[in-house]
Design a protein around this ligand. Structure first.
Ligand SMILES: O=C(O)CCC(=O)C(=O)O
Ligand SMILES: [Fe+2]
Length: 257
């Protein structure tokens, strides 16, 4: 997906992952978090390690979207959908913009296991982070010539738990994954309450486990940059992620988008 508007944001060595810091302002972030927290209890689905809300409609078991209008804080003010569309990341997708958003809430110490987003979506996902940072990893399945690593099962295949790419997601940033990173890799967010910085290139997720962060040069958050520079622990707060995707098949009974 080489795209002029995004080309300055791609991660070094990875043409199919883009990191855009400060995609929204602090004021817009506060507004969105307030709207999320104001939403009625029945909107939330509780999972073991996170809570989530689904915006844009429900997916049937056959992968068809029964469309429902977005809440206005997603496609009116601040117009997250319009701004994502303007990046050009969805130029090749069926609706040229995301029509489905899963909003995840993670408390400190919560995360999401490595997984694939699957074929129901056009293979581009744009994720907006709010509230706090996360380390986001991309993984591959184990291949025969890879060294054996501790692994967890996924679709009967074994995952190589050495990430191929690790990105520090700042609050207000947008990360876009496409191409092979969507189609043949897994992604996940490691469960940590603190991050410890060691040098300017490596961060400790927990003592003894170091990861190389690919987007250190792209970071913009003053607090995060200072903590990394000074070797201070980065304390996790509540993080919200808005994962925005385009579902190709939309029910004709209810196509308001
Ligand atoms: O929280 C994130 O950044 C990622 C969430 C995710 O991968 C998903 O909802 O499919
Ligand atoms: Fe995902």
């Amino acid at each position: 997906m080489e795209n002029q508007r995004l080309s300055t944001h791609h991660l070094p060595g990875h043409d199919d992952v883009y990191y855009i810091p400060n995609f929204i302002t602090e004021e817009e972030e506060k507004y969105l978090i307030r709207k999320i927290n104001d939403s009625p209890q029945p909107m939330w689905k509780k999972l073991v390690n996170r809570r989530l809300q689904i915006w844009g409609g429900e997916l049937t078991t056959k992968g068809i979207l029964v469309a429902h209008p977005f809440p206005p804080f997603i496609d009116q003010y601040p117009d997250i959908i319009g701004r994502i569309k303007a990046t050009g990341a969805f130029d090749q997708s069926p609706h040229k913009a995301p029509n489905h958003v899963i909003m995840n809430e993670y408390l400190p110490g919560q995360g999401i296991m490595p997984h694939e987003d699957g074929p129901r979506y056009h293979p581009v996902v744009a994720t907006l982070s709010l509230g706090s940072h996360a380390i986001f990893h991309y993984y591959q399945y184990q291949s025969e010539d890879n060294e054996i690593q501790p692994a967890v099962p996924g679709n009967g295949k074994t995952i190589n738990m050495n990430p191929v790419l690790s990105v520090l997601l700042e609050p207000r940033s947008l990360i876009i994954s496409s191409g092979a990173m969507y189609l043949s890799h897994l992604h996940g967010q490691v469960i940590v309450s603190f991050l410890y910085s060691s040098s300017l290139t490596y961060l400790f997720q927990h003592p003894g486990h170091c990861v190389m962060i690919s987007n250190l040069d792209q970071l913009q958050d003053a607090q995060i940059k200072r903590a990394i520079r000074e070797g201070q622990p980065l304390k996790r707060g509540v993080r919200y992620s808005l994962t925005c995707r385009d579902v190709g098949r939309v029910s004709s009974l209810n196509t308001r988008r």
